[in-house]
Design a protein around this ligand. Sequence first.
Ligand code: ATP
Ligand code: FE
Length: 379
Amino acid sequence: YIVLGIETSCDDTSVCLYDRYSPAEPPRLISSLTASLDNKEFRGIVPSRAINHHQQHLARLVSQAVCPANNAAPQITPDLICVTRGPGMRGSLSVGVEFAKGLSVAWGGIPIVGVHHMLAHLLTPRLLTNGSAPRFPFLSLLVSGGHTMLVLSVSLLEHRILANTIDIAMGDAIDKSARELGLNGNMNGPELEKLVQRYDESVRGDGRDDDEVVGIKIRLPMQPKPGRPQAAAFSFSSFVSMVSRGIAQKGGIDALSESDVLVIAKQIEDAIFDHAVDRIRYTLSTVPRDEAAGIQDFVCAGGVGANLHLRKKLKEAFADRAMNFHFPPPELCVDNGRMIAWAGIEMWETEGLHSTYDIMPTAKWSLEDIVGEVDGWRR
Ligand code: ATP
Ligand code: FE
């Protein structure tokens, strides 16, 4: 059967078409189309601009997907529509959800699956293996612009959030810290990664020891202290203020040399990723031994999961746990329609679940409650 995937939870409009020609093979990609919104001048996402963007592009992308040869060839009619229902920005979600309902009605009442966006992120590696790896139970580090969570997935519908951020998300901290350093892109994560790459190639290679290279002061938050209980949680907001303060103390951004910028970029990545590793290590130490023994897979997904330095740190830090790591290709780490289609396929095929026409965009929606309290499901 043919599956249409639609993702509009944030500011990228993304659509894909899959041919689920066999339950024993990964679905075959027919098309994948994304229209990204340029937020450069707006210092982040403006909800009303994101809604306008989806309204301007969604119909065109779906039309291109189902009529690839511009009406010359017969239209492909999907059999299942998978659309992001939440969590995300309500207005943005609403454009995708209502459009999906309209298509379902027009295409003879074909089923819709209202997909949980974070579930889709964590299932992404299974898309490429047709659900054979990772196997439940598995761990996921979900790191994006809006979320930072360590999740234990027991089954398709049962997830336990082992650790969450108490303030902002890792991607948000990276974007904001990098902005203090003068980066001004749509997504600063990839640009920061390039600076760190240049650091590795140039500053490191010039013969100086690391401690001769003077950067700024960045302390890791939530370090153990006598008399203070450790927390199974993350915290990223202090990084932004430490970077801001550190750069100000060096005389502001205009006073930084090129190598200063590279050194600070490296410090930002290291500090943020080291904090994540440190808190994951503590959180895993709280998982009962017999339960931990059953976990053999570790997924790192979400936009920041595309970062190669983060991947390397995770692999090194948890080498002793003999876990298989799963890192989706970068284009599947950031928001995309393909992961939404796959999550919908899993819900439909293994649970027989689909959504009723009265579903609403669900801006706040816990991974621990995918079906439970959330209505609008039918088997
Ligand atoms: P959510 O999935 O929580 O709703 P989102 O839609 O903002 O949030 P994604 O598209 O999954 O999330 O991720 C975007 C974030 O990932 C941005 O903060 C961006 O800077 C970050 N990011 C993308 N690529 C990289 C990279 N190579 N290194 C570090 N960060 C990156
Ligand atoms: Fe996302």
